[in-house]
Design a protein around this ligand. Structure first.
Ligand SMILES: N=c1c2ncn([C@@H]3O[C@H](COP(=O)(O)OP(=O)(O)OP(=O)(O)O)[C@@H](O)[C@H]3O)c2ncn1[C@@H]1O[C@H](COP(=O)(O)O)[C@@H](O)[C@H]1O
Length: 120
């Protein structure tokens, strides 16, 4: 399979997800998730996050191959992207935030969070 640029593929999937607003839930899984928002949509993120933790443990214990973790993280990223789209946000917004943090020690960033966190 042709390897795609990471940001490019995230943007393409986000475009598809965005296009599902108002779509028929019987024809689109993303439209189904939007129709269950917020609770049903957000519940999936919690489930997928738990599955990532379990997959990582299984990989660490040698019970599962590393690809299993990749598979579960892909589910988590996908469901997180659905939530972003629901609130008018894009993966580019997340990448921009990560870029802003790049090179800043997590310890320094943590200390700054108290003064720089987004306002409620
Ligand atoms: N990347 C994904 C993607 N990753 C995972 N999933 C779905 O996310 C679900 C993962 O949740 P689970 O493992 O809990 O599976 P499940 O039990 O079937 O899910 P539920 O019935 O509990 O919702 C599965 O149904 C997967 O098929 C995805 N569904 C869609 N996409 C992308 O979204 C696009 C639009 O999808 P549609 O709106 O369905 O056309 C697709 O072209 C893809 O690019």
């Amino acid at each position: 399979m042709e390897e795609k640029n990471c940001t490019g593929i995230l943007e393409e999937i986000a475009d598809t997800i965005d296009s599902r607003h108002g779509a028929d839930p019987s024809k689109s899984y993303v439209a189904q998730l939007f129709s269950k928002a917020p609770d049903g949509m957000l519940k999936k993120v919690g489930e997928e996050a738990t599955e990532v933790v379990m997959a990582a443990k299984d990989v660490a214990d040698g019970k599962k191959a590393k690809e299993h973790l990749v598979y579960e993280v892909a589910d988590l990223w996908f469901h997180s992207m659905v939530v972003l789209s629901c609130y008018g946000l894009r993966p580019e917004d997340v990448v921009q935030e990560l870029a802003r943090r790049e090179g800043v020690s997590g310890l320094v960033e943590k200390a700054n969070r108290k003064t720089q966190a987004p306002k409620d």
